[in-house]
Design a protein around this ligand. Structure first.
Ligand code: CTP
Ligand code: MG
Length: 230
């Protein structure tokens, strides 16, 4: 669908992963984290417009990685440099959207194994509902509220909680409005859109959309990629 864009944010350094290269450029299987993430996006039932946000000094390298696959799939794309924070990187991605785009999905490159169907479902739900839609999973662990001394204050009702994933989808106008109005830093796009009072729905996420944050996550991703190749 030529009115849907996916912004893949890949400009982080991956401090917690502790690799020399930025997280999106770390090898995964016979590919990179970014390459695997792009294959998931390009597996959507309708090809979107693709915006990849890369570290300043890796824009050309990212362009080559994107061109190698999007070229073959004849998908239109752009690669832009990111900023200091995820929020700034998303903002730069929004700045690269062509006029025709009406629906925007924002996705972490650090969630490379997210199934393509999740992108399709989020995009369809945004269009059907006319507002933000984000994938979430039930919280498995028991969650406690604790005070500054480390004493438990209360057990939080898990049925009221959901763990957020990406791709997070929004009507373009809502996302642009939120990014132009929001103050301060927000940990995800849903939080930023919420902060300006706009509604967002949760749709079922997928365990495979986990984020590679620490070395154990990369190990898990390597295993899943190896199983997929069998
Ligand atoms: N991201 C980005 N620009 C930034 C920071 C993060 O584009 N300035 C992207 C990352 O590339 C990643 C996603 O946002 O795909 C989620 O961020 P996170 O997992 O925190 O990645 P990093 O910030 O790279 O890792 P760390 O926080 O451990 O340094
Ligand atoms: Mg980070």
């Amino acid at each position: 669908d030529s009115t849907v864009a996916v912004i893949v944010v890949a400009a982080g350094s991956g401090t917690r992963l502790g690799r020399p290269e930025p997280k999106a450029f770390v090898p995964l299987g016979d590919d990179t984290v970014l390459g695997v993430a792009l294959d998931a996006v390009l597996g959507m039932s309708d090809a979107p417009y693709l915006v990849v946000v890369a570290p300043d000094e890796r824009v050309e390298e990212a362009r080559a990685i994107v061109a190698a696959r999007a070229g073959g799939a004849s998908v239109a794309f752009d690669v832009v440099a990111g900023g200091e924070t995820r929020q700034e990187s998303v903002s730069r991605g929004i700045g690269a959207l062509p006029h025709v785009i009406e629906t925007v999905l924002v996705h972490d490159a650090a969630r490379p194994l997210t199934p393509s169907i999740v992108f399709d479902e989020v995009a369809a739900a945004v269009r059907a509902r006319g507002h933000g839609v984000v994938p979430g999973l039930p919280v498995i662990d028991t969650i406690k509220r604790v005070d500054a001394r480390g004493r438990i204050v209360a057990t939080v009702d898990r049925s009221e909680l959901a763990a957020m994933q990406t791709p997070q989808g929004f009507p373009r106008s809502a996302l642009e409005h939120a990014y132009s109005r929001a103050h301060g830093e927000h940990t995800d796009d849903a939080a930023l859109v919420e902060s300006v009072g706009m509604p967002i729905d949760i749709v079922p996420g997928d365990a495979r959309a986990f984020k590679i944050t620490v070395p154990a996550d990369l190990h898990r991703a390597e295993q899943l990629v190896a199983e997929r190749a069998d």
